[in-house]
Design a protein around this ligand. Structure first.
Ligand code: BV8
Ligand code: ZN
Length: 254
């Protein structure tokens, strides 16, 4: 059920004043901003065939080595949800915020590509993107997928090894380019919006901590509490699709 959108008047005074000044802003997002596109978050139980699997068990190199077909079918299932759900008001609001502010950079933990689909630019994907595929061997082949895919796991056309989703699994290092983009965004930021993440997975979860340590205004947007909640300057309890449009509207009005 679509939630009512908050209005800019519902924003805490301190945040409204900060937005009026046109702050350099870092937006860090997690699975919660895609929840209203019908894509289960990592905390929620999955549905259907996948109900008996935990994402944390499937998003690992070990799971892929053990059963590449199962892991590919899980990513194809998610591709289907993303294609069917598409971007929601939260993704569109982040793109609007980028248009309203001179400097607004998006760093996401999500691998669904929905920020880009909603018009956001320069999105730093800390954990990759499930629409990209790369060689699980070491030949360096990669390609953009143009379909959900089906059948056996795809093979690398260059070397014959299996292809894998170009995402970061647990125990794998994050792409340096995305990490460096996040560091640059943090160094430039006056305001950090943290939306739709449980703040449990590192090193992504270190970003809000570094922001707090740097004395930046950190705003959490989440219906539930997280380890960040008591330390954020402002906590907007509720869905991203309610609060992010209000923040974008306040920035536009500035
Ligand atoms: C690394 C991509 C090390 C894949 C993801 C033991 C062994 C190995 C590693 C570790 C270990 N112990 C700890 C670690 C480190 C580990 C880690 O942090 N584990 C946690 C669980 C403790 N991290 C790693 O493994 C990382 N790599 O450390 O490498 C290393 C170092 C040197 C050399 C070699 C290796 C890699 C982590 C990345 C894993 N990949 N995703 C895929 O998607 O398939 S993680 C995945 O889960 C997400 O990307 C996200 O980052 C993470 C958590 O998900 P969230 O986005 O936060 O979503 P979640 O479901 O958790 O929460 C949703 C939130 O939204 C909730 O708070 C909910 O209330 C809220 N919400 C719901 N609805 C809404 C909403 N909010 C707003 N609006 C709504 N409508
Ligand atoms: Zn290859």
């Amino acid at each position: 059920m679509a939630e009512a959108t908050a209005s800019p008047n519902d924003l805490p005074d301190g945040l409204a004043a900060c937005l009026a000044a046109g702050p350099s802003t870092l937006v860090l997002t997690g699975a919660g901003v895609s929840a209203e596109s019908g894509i289960p978050t990592f905390r929620e139980a999955q549905t259907g065939l996948w109900a008996r699997f935990s994402p944390a068990d499937l998003a690992t190199p070990e799971a892929f080595a053990d059963n590449p077909q199962r892991v590919w079918d899980w990513y194809r299932w998610r591709r289907g949800l993303i294609r069917d759900g598409g971007p929601n008001a939260a993704h569109r609001a982040v793109a609007d915020l980028q248009a309203a502010l001179a400097d607004c950079r998006v760093v996401t933990q999500n691998v669904d590509g929905l920020h880009q689909a909603a018009g956001a630019a320069g999105v730093a994907e800390l954990h990759g993107n499930l629409w990209r595929e790369r060689c699980a061997g070491d030949c360096g082949f990669q390609r953009e997928a143009d379909a959900v895919g089906d059948g056996p796991p795809p093979e690398c056309p260059d070397c014959g090894a299996l292809l894998r989703p170009d995402v970061v699994w647990f125990g794998e290092t994050l792409p340096m380019a995305a990490l460096e983009a996040a560091e640059r965004a943090l160094a430039a930021a006056d305001l950090v919006l943290v939306a739709g993440t449980s703040n449990l997975v590192y090193p992504a979860a270190a970003i809000p901590e570094q922001a707090l340590a740097a004395g930046l205004d950190v705003v959490e947007i989440n219906p539930d509490t997280t380890p960040l909640s008591t330390r954020a300057a402002h906590r907007l309890a509720g869905p991203a699709s309610a609060w992010l449009p209000a923040i974008a509207a306040a920035a536009r009005a500035a």
